[in-house]
Design a protein around this ligand. Sequence first.
Ligand SMILES: Nc1ncnc2c1ncn2[C@@H]1O[C@H](COP(=O)(O)OP(=O)(O)O)[C@@H](O)[C@H]1O
Ligand SMILES: [Mg+2]
Length: 313
Amino acid sequence: MDTLLAVRARGITKCFGDVVALDGVDLDVTQGQIHGVAGPNGAGKTTLLGLLLGLAAADSGRLEILGTPVGRTPAAAAGVAGFVDGPGLYPSLTARQNLAALAALHGLDARTAAIDEVLDQVGLTDVADDRTRGFSLGMRQRLGLAAALLTEPRLLVLDEPSNGLDPAGKRHVANVLTGLADRGTAVVLSSHRMDDLEALCSEVTIVATGRVVFSGPPGKLAAENRALDYRLLTSDPPAARRLAAGTDGIRVVDGAGSAHDAERLVVRGQVPALDALVVRLVGEGIALRELAPLVSPLEAAFLALTEQQEAGR
Ligand SMILES: Nc1ncnc2c1ncn2[C@@H]1O[C@H](COP(=O)(O)OP(=O)(O)O)[C@@H](O)[C@H]1O
Ligand SMILES: [Mg+2]
């Protein structure tokens, strides 16, 4: 038998009136995998994750969660936890009381030790006895994650968990997710930024206007040879501009306007052409001070793919 897939989706379609939110989406998530779903606003991420959580049913296609086919009636499968559009919390209760209430709701043994442990895991120990009314978005996201952890899920689904998180919060969440995955939990998380997913996810599925435009390891996406925009700072901007314009495979894309812009040079090209440009600059006695991509290769590939899809709609 194949390895059990935590999620197996084939040809999933979901419409809201005239809007086709998902259009023939396939998704495979193995156990112990952290799988990213990336896409711009309106791509269909929340809709897809909502189907995994049993918040709605697909119009067509086949969906299996933890080996069990999902029927027409939406319902959360046993072993699945998570949230879309932020976790539901009782604002007048403290963080700790929210978790105790949730545990009671799920018929879990609400041991204080378990609650303390999940609060510690997400870095909320210091505010455990504060009412959640005053919590920031990042704190609410982390409490939602703590609540999901209490149920010891085999599939964890988190919609844009990076929203509102500061660097310390991101680190807590990343540690929790990798720890869970190491113990065999499958994690599906979404983001509108590829950079958020790169470090965490072994596989990503990119959706744009309801369709999958890429599926695979993030490294495969970044490795695709693609011309990127680079900021070029040198000791002699006008000469550097002339040289760049005269180098095969390089296009000057910015900074040609006002006198103020003359210092700011942005060039577009693939790595071999940039290498040739640097060699020429140095050969002409022009010092190179900075050559840096404006966005990461991964983010650039993501933007290119999703913009193509949106343009062709
Ligand atoms: N409940 C709904 N009613 C009507 N349209 C919806 C609903 N939910 C989502 N949509 C539409 O479906 C598309 C995908 O939305 P969504 O899944 O929220 O995208 P994302 O989470 O990637 O930003 C959008 O065009 C959105 O307007
Ligand atoms: Mg969304």
